[in-house]
Design a protein around this ligand. Structure first.
Ligand code: IDP
Ligand code: MG
Length: 141
């Protein structure tokens, strides 16, 4: 295991549901530390740039539409094995298939409005963190 950082986004549906604190508690209770955090109302260009890897997928326009539909709360999480730990806490992309007790099973309603984003690899975590946070805004332990 390695000390890692990962990018997390509490998506517009979960912000609207007023469960930011509950989601953050899941991270903290699992031993992840919040190293940076900000709110943002993403423009279409911001969301399209962030999800550029999905630009040829059929759901891309819906995804950009959804991610710009309201404010998001973006964090850097840090800890041992943080990338996989966060993916395990999140649950499957489709909340109807997510394991019981995961964030998506408990707070999400559909594959579009699925409450949270989490980086899927070390390489993408570094790219995604840099997309939203200048290094001076990431707490260095
Ligand atoms: P992930 O968020 O679990 O990593 P990805 O495959 O990276 O899932 O997809 C990014 C986001 O795009 C998902 O969180 C979801 O909101 C949306 N998405 C993925 N697959 C579909 C789909 O088949 N239909 C509609 N939206 C989708
Ligand atoms: Mg993904």
């Amino acid at each position: 295991m390695a000390l890692e950082k990962t990018l997390s986004i509490i998506k517009p549906d979960a912000v609207e549901k007023n469960v930011i604190g509950k989601v953050l508690s899941r991270f903290e209770d699992a031993g992840l530390k919040i190293s940076a955090m900000r709110f943002a109302l993403l423009s279409k260009d911001d969301a399209a740039g962030f999800y550029a890897v999905h630009k040829d997928r059929p759901f891309f326009n819906d995804l950009v539409e959804f991610m710009t539909s309201g404010p998001v709360c973006i964090q850097v999480l840090e800890g041992e094995d943080a990338i996989k730990k966060n993916r395990d806490l999140m649950g499957a992309t489709d909340p109807t298939k997510a394991d019981k007790g995961t964030i998506r099973a408990d707070f999400a309603v559909s594959i579009d409005a699925n409450a949270v984003h989490g980086s899927d690899s070390e390489e993408n975590a570094a790219i995604e963190i840099a997309y939203f946070f200048p290094s001076m805004n990431v707490y260095a332990r």
